[in-house]
Design a protein around this ligand. Structure first.
Ligand code: FES
Ligand SMILES: [Fe+2]
Length: 423
């Protein structure tokens, strides 16, 4: 590789710097696909996005067309979406329900279980032609953690549960909002491109240092709506207490005391008086089910959780699932969904979706400003040959707890990224 090192990590000298080429260079981008995306567990979708036999969604993951669906027995299935004849993408719709999948080129047809069902003019093939060996092929590994479905292109990868490690503690905190532990993707997908390197969105998704400046308009809106925003204590950037945590394996999270309301029972004025009794009822249910201490943890804290490398659960004033695919060194495709408890009442669901759109929506307070910030970074990185390094050392000299506005959790991502890139 032309440029080394990519991450300068000198704990003794309290130096941690990122070589900006890591965010720009085409060769590094190609190596990432091979060393990171072809080895790590990658998010496919949520079980609730396909419900009935024959339901399907198509996705592009690590440059591969993917079919995510339910088979005849209603089991979740993931297939590589390529015809075994010449390679055509077999299912070309974004979503739907299919009895069978017919390739539009020569008409080979596959059933819901991926078996090759029919071949036009099959008799012209020699006797060695074996239909049973020509079904839709699954990726080497597919697994699911509590409804979140992942795939892995590396047949030798560790099990998903092992890979997720301590991140499962935080996934469980999200899912404990639901009385049955089951959440669903609420219909609709936010899908957009950002002209920036995908790792900038990793950082941005759990970097609380930028909140008070990039999202000043949103904080002003909260204040003007009657939400109490305290002045930050001395030495702090934000009005409320929060931590940044390295969860191992490149996963990391913020772990914050909530100040901005949560549909899981932390009411704020912008939700409207009508919602208060309903949110109080939800809080009582959570407390009765989990006990006061766990209920406090679930309801009164919020978290932005990164599952390495490219899945983010934003569990704040709503729950967003955000996954992004690098398409070029300076471009990514983002997909995001709102997630809610399956049992939620229409009123609580309305509060949730209002919160989701107000902050994360395409016209919300956060997303357009974040995209503007990231694209501006990428433009600035055009100078990477002259201005080579970005410091990422906030909090490095501190013993013990790291704040959400420090960068320990961002460093955790980069350390794992660097380790895999050099493997
Ligand atoms: S490529 Fe699919 S049938 Fe020929
Ligand atoms: Fe942001």
């Amino acid at each position: 590789m032309s440029v080394t090192p990519l991450v300068l990590n000198e704990p003794q000298a309290l130096r941690f710097e990122i070589n900006r080429a890591a965010l720009v260079d085409q060769k590094i981008f190609d190596t990432e696909r091979e060393k990171i995306f072809e080895r790590c567990w990658l998010y496919v979708g949520h079980e609730s996005e396909v419900r009935e036999p024959g339901d399907f969604r198509t996705r592009t993951i690590c440059g591969r067309p993917i079919l995510f669906c339910r088979d005849t027995a209603n089991a979740l299935r993931v297939f590589l979406n390529t015809c075994r004849h010449r390679g055509t993408v077999v299912c070309r719709e974004a979503a739907g329900n299919a009895e069978r999948y017919t390739c539009f080129y020569h008409g080979w047809t596959y059933d819901r279980d991926g078996k090759l069902y029919a071949v036009p003019g099959q008799s012209a093939y020699p006797p060695s032609f074996d239909k049973t060996r020509l079904g839709l092929q699954p990726p080497p590994k597919v697994d699911n953690y509590r409804g979140f479905v992942f795939l892995n292109f590396d047949a030798g990868a560790p099990a998903l549960k092992e890979y997720l490690g301590r991140a499962t503690e935080y996934i469980d905190l999200v899912l404990d909002q639901s009385p049955s532990g089951r959440m669903e993707v609420i219909h609709g997908t936010q899908e957009y491109d950002i002209r920036a390197n995908w790792k900038l969105l990793v950082e941005n998704s759990f970097d609380d240092y930028h909140l008070i400046t990039t999202h000043a308009t949103w904080l002003d809106y909260l204040k003007s709506s009657g939400v109490e925003i305290k002045r930050p204590e001395k030495g702090h950037v934000l009005p409320s207490h929060g931590l940044g945590k390295d969860l191992g394996g490149g996963h990391g999270t913020t772990d914050n005391v909530n100040f901005r309301g949560r549909p899981v029972a932390a009411w704020i004025p912008i939700y409207g008086d009508a919602a208060k009794p309903e949110l109080d009822r939800i809080r009582s249910e959570v407390t009765a089910r989990l006990g006061a201490e766990r209920a406090k943890r679930v309801c009164d804290t919020n978290r932005n959780l990164l599952i390495f490398p490219n899945l983010v659960l934003l569990d704040g004033s709503s729950v967003s699932v955000r996954s992004f695919q690098p398409t070029a060194p300076d471009r990514m495709r983002v997909r995001a969904w709102a997630l809610g408890p399956v049992e939620e009442t229409p009123l609580a669901r309305q509060v949730r979706l209002d919160s989701f759109l107000t902050f994360y929506g395409p016209g919300g307070f956060a997303t357009p400003d974040d995209i503007e910030a990231l694209e501006s970074v990428q433009t600035g990185l055009g100078t990477y040959k002259e201005v080579q390094w970005s410091p990422l050392s906030r909090g490095m000299a501190k013993e013990g707890d790291q704040l959400n506005t420090d960068e320990a959790h961002l460093r955790a991502f980069w350390v794992q990224w660097d380790k895999l890139m050099r493997s």
